[in-house]
Every structure is written in structure tokens, then in C-alpha cells.
Write a protein that binds this ligand. Structure first.
Ligand code: C5P
Length: 223
């Protein structure tokens, strides 16, 4: 069974989904991290042109796991959990994610992963393209200013923030929103049956309780 949260960059999807996974004791899947992992691979391979890069995909060994509040990503045996958060990856990821063959690779990985357990996952197209039959679909949004402020604070706590200003983060989010909403392959879009949660001005605890209430009312999920 899967619950999905879609929405633009920095809307609070991943921190919310992680906290819900902790409280309900279910699994968490960060779909953006998988696009970031492939972007990391593309950069590490010296940014080859599309067809050469696609030839690398069948040999890619990807492993993900959620533990201790972290979504771990291993690519060909190397732990890239932190490296995929840097600004260089953030600047390229929407271009990499716009390639249909790459989307297919990521979607196959995710559909296979969630077969055996209860998951909450966050992304852009999970409710529309990847898991159209999800048990529950949430669409989270917040103003660009608030999203940039949150992402900037996150970056400061992580190791990918050297020399990056709040204005840089805002610019990056706005460009990614544009690309994610306007690409032809599975754009960022609210599913018709998704419930909208706008988190501007809400505390973290308020948004968590709101979504947990929805999950418990709709799915009667108790573990
Ligand atoms: O969620 P996060 O900001 O880490 O995602 C990084 C990028 O991955 C997004 O800007 C988007 O281009 C891409 N993405 C996507 N589809 C998803 C999740 C992420 O295209 N389901």
C-alpha cells in the first residue's frame, strides 16, 4: 500500500513524509533522491550526452533505505546520501529528470520497492503517473518565499551550502518549479483526487496532525 505526497520543491513534503513514517511506523521513499542520484552519476561521468548516459543505466546498482530520519542512497556501492544534496546536483536535476527513459528507470525501481510493505512517498508525479491507484494522495504547497527560507535553513544544516545565498536558493526553486511543471514527461501536477494542504504559515506540528488525521480517517491505518 502506498500514500503519496506531491508538490513543488521545498513545500515540506519530505520532512512531513518522514515524520509521518516515524509516527505510523511505515516505510518512507524519497523519489527526488533517486533523480538526484542519477544526476550525481551523470555529473560524475563528465556529463555524457543522453544516449551514452542511458547505456549506463542497466548496470546501475541502486540501493535505498530509510533509517534514523535519513533516506540513505547507495550508488554502485558508494554512499552518496549527502553528496546528492549539493547545489550542483540541485541545478542539474530537473534537466536529468525531464528525460522519459530516466523517468521510466526511476518509476520501475519505485514500483518494485513498494510491493512488500506500507510506504509513504514524496515527489512530483506520484499521484498522477507513478501510483495512480495510491491509497491516499496529498498535494502540498506553500509560497515561494516560505519554501526558499525552509530549504535555505536545511542547506545550512547540511554540507552543501558553501557560498549559497537565500536568493540563490529562491532562484533555484523557482527555475525547478518552472521546469518541473512544464516538461512534457509527467510534469508536476495535482492529481484530481489529491487533497491539497497549503502549509504557508502553518507550524510543522499543525501540518503533521492535519495529514495524520486524514490518513487515519481515510485508511484506518493503525500499526
Ligand atoms: O524532491 P527534490 O527537490 O529532492 O527533487 C529533485 C528534483 O527531482 C525535482 O526538482 C524534480 O526535477 C525531480 N523529481 C521529479 N519527479 C519526482 C521527484 C523529483 O521529476 N517524482
Amino acid at each position: 500500500m502506498i500514500i503519496v505526497i506531491d508538490g513543488p520543491a521545498g513545500s515540506g513534503k519530505s520532512s512531513t513524509a518522514k515524520e509521518i513514517a516515524n509516527r505510523l511506523e511505515i516505510q518512507y521513499l524519497d523519489s527526488g533522491a533517486i533523480y538526484r542520484a542519477l544526476t550525481y552519476l551523470w555529473i560524475a561521468a563528465d556529463k555524457p550526452e543522453k544516449n551514452s548516459f542511458l547505456k549506463l543505466l542497466p548496470g546501475v546498482k541502486l540501493q535505498t533505505a530509510y533509517k534514523n530520519q535519513m533516506f540513505f542512497v547507495e550508488l554502485n556501492g558508494a554512499d552518496i546520501t549527502h553528496a546528492i544534496r549539493n547545489q550542483n546536483v540541485a541545478e542539474q536535476v530537473s534537466d536529468v529528470a525531464s528525460v522519459p527513459e530516466i523517468r521510466k528507470f526511476v518509476n520501475d525501481y519505485m514500483r518494485n520497492l513498494v510491493l512488500d510493505d506500507i510506504y509513504i512517498a514524496d515527489g512530483r508525479d506520484l499521484g498522477t503517473a507513478v501510483f495512480p491507484n495510491a491509497a491516499l494522495k496529498i498535494y502540498m504547497d506553500a509560497s515561494l518565499e516560505e519554501r526558499a527560507r525552509r530549504r535555505y535553513m536545511e542547506l545550512q544544516e547540511d554540507d552543501g551550502s558553501a557560498g549559497v545565498t537565500l536568493e540563490d536558493v529562491k532562484q533555484n526553486l523557482s527555475e525547478r518549479d518552472q521546469k518541473d511543471q512544464n516538461r512534457s514527461a509527467d510534469p508536476l501536477k495535482k492529481a484530481d483526487d489529491a487533497i491539497i494542504i497549503n502549509t504557508t504559515g502553518k507550524t510543522f506540528e499543525e501540518q503533521i496532525s492535519e495529514i495524520i488525521d486524514i490518513i487515519q480517517n481515510k485508511l484506518k491505518l493503525k500499526r
